[in-house]
Design a protein around this ligand. Structure first.
Ligand code: FMN
Ligand code: ATP
Length: 278
C-alpha cells in the first residue's frame, strides 16, 4: 500500500509514531463497528486529506489481516468502501469543491453530498443509514477540539453517534510532513498561501507567508507548508462575530491594520502602578 510504504521508508520518527497511533485508532474503530456503520466526514481541506489517506491505509491493513490466509491483497484490488460525506456549501471556494470531487473520483470514494446544515444533514443521514461512528479531522488547537478525545460521543443536542478523531494529537507540522512525504495531491489553495480554509467570506491567505513583490506591486504568498509557527495557521480566518451596527467588515487576517470599531470589537487596557491607574 503506497501510503504505508512511504511512511515506512521515511526517517521522520515523529511522523511514523503519529501515523502508527492514528492507524491504531482507525483499526480499533473498524474492529468495533461494521463497515456499514462508519462514515468519513470529508471537506477537501488539508486535515481531511490526511485522514482520507490514513483511512485508506488503515482499511487496507485491516483487510489484509482479515484475508491473510487467502494471500496478498494487491493495491489494484483494493477499493475504499467507507461512506464519505461532504456538506456542500455555496460559500465554499471553487478550488475546494473541485478538489473534493476530483479526489472522490481518483480514489473511488462513495461520496454522499449533503446540501443541508451539519445538524439537519446528520439527522437525515442517520435516519436513512445505520451509521454509528464518523471519522472526523479535529486536531488539538482547533477551536472545536476542546474536551474531545479519540473516541468522543457527539455533543448533547446533536444526533447520536461516535466521533472518531484519529489525528487529534497531530500538529500543523505533522499534517504537512505527512502530505509531502506521501506525495499525495492536496487543494491548490494551500500553495497560494492559505493555511486553513473556511468560506470565501472569511478566509484570506496567511499574511505571515506574504512575499513583497515590489516589481509589480502585487502580493504573493509562499506555500502553506512553509509556515513555521503552526499556532498561526488560522491567522487567515476571520473570527465569527456579531456585527454591531449591521455593517460587515472587509476580510482581514488579523495582521493588517483593521479598524477595531469596524470589527465590532473594542478592547481596553488598564495598567496599575502602585495606587495609580494609567
Ligand atoms: C460530521 C460532523 C459532525 C459534527 N458533530 C458535532 C458535535 O457532535 N458537536 C458539535 O458541537 N459540533 C459538531 N460538528 C460541527 C463541528 O464541530 C464544527 O463546528 C464544524 O466543523 C464547523 O467548523 P467551521 O466553523 O470551522 O467551519 C460536526 C460537524 C460535522 C461535519
Ligand atoms: N463541509 C464539510 N463537509 C464534511 N466535513 C466537514 C465539513 N466542514 C468540516 N468538516 C469536518 O471537520 C473537519 C475539520 O474542518 P477544518 O476546516 O478545521 O479542517 P480542514 O478543512 O480539513 O483543513 P483546514 O483547517 O485547512 O481548513 C474536516 O476535516 C471534516 O472532517
Amino acid at each position: 500500500m503506497e501510503i504505508d510504504k512511504a511512511i515506512r521508508e521515511s526517517d521522520d520518527r515523529r511522523l511514523t509514531t503519529k501515523y502508527d497511533n492514528s492507524i491504531y485508532v482507525i483499526r480499533r474503530a473498524l474492529a468495533l463497528y461494521s463497515i456499514e456503520e462508519v462514515a468519513f466526514s470529508f471537506n477537501g481541506g488539508k486535515d481531511s486529506t490526511v485522514l482520507l489517506h490514513l483511512l485508506r491505509a488503515g482499511y487496507f491493513l485491516h483487510q489484509t489481516e482479515q484475508i491473510h490466509s487467502n494471500g496478498d491483497l494487491k493495491d489494484r484490488e483494493f477499493t475504499f468502501p467507507i461512506r464519505t460525506i461532504y456538506f456542500e456549501r455555496s460559500s465554499a471556494f471553487p478550488e475546494i469543491k473541485s478538489f473534493t470531487y476530483e479526489t472522490a473520483s481518483i480514489y473511488g470514494l462513495q461520496l454522499d453530498t449533503i446540501c443541508l446544515d451539519f445538524k439537519s444533514g446528520l439527522e437525515a443521514l442517520l435516519e436513512a443509514k445505520p451509521i454509528r461512528a464518523i471519522f472526523f479531522c479535529v486536531r488539538i488547537g482547533d477551536p472545536t477540539a476542546v474536551g474531545q478525545e479519540q473516541f468522543s460521543p457527539s455533543s448533547p443536542g446533536w444526533p447520536s453517534f461516535m466521533r472518531v478523531n484519529p489525528i487529534l494529537d497531530w500538529s500543523y507540522r505533522d499534517v504537512w510532513a505527512f502530505l509531502l512525504t506521501c506525495k499525495v495531491p492536496y487543494c491548490s489553495l494551500y500553495d497560494q498561501g492559505y493555511t486553513s480554509i473556511g468560506s470565501i467570506h472569511d478566509t484570506v491567505p496567511n499574511a505571515l507567508l506574504c512575499i513583497n513583490d515590489s516589481n509589480n506591486n502585487k502580493e504573493k504568498f509562499k506555500p502553506a507548508y512553509l509556515l513555521t509557527d503552526g499556532r498561526l495557521e488560522r491567522a487567515g480566518r476571520r473570527k465569527k462575530y456579531t456585527p454591531v451596527s449591521g455593517c460587515f467588515p472587509a476580510v482581514s487576517n488579523g495582521l493588517r491594520n483593521v479598524d477595531a470599531h469596524e470589527n465590532g470589537m473594542l478592547t481596553a487596557s488598564i495598567i496599575a502602578v502602585g495606587d495609580e491607574i494609567l
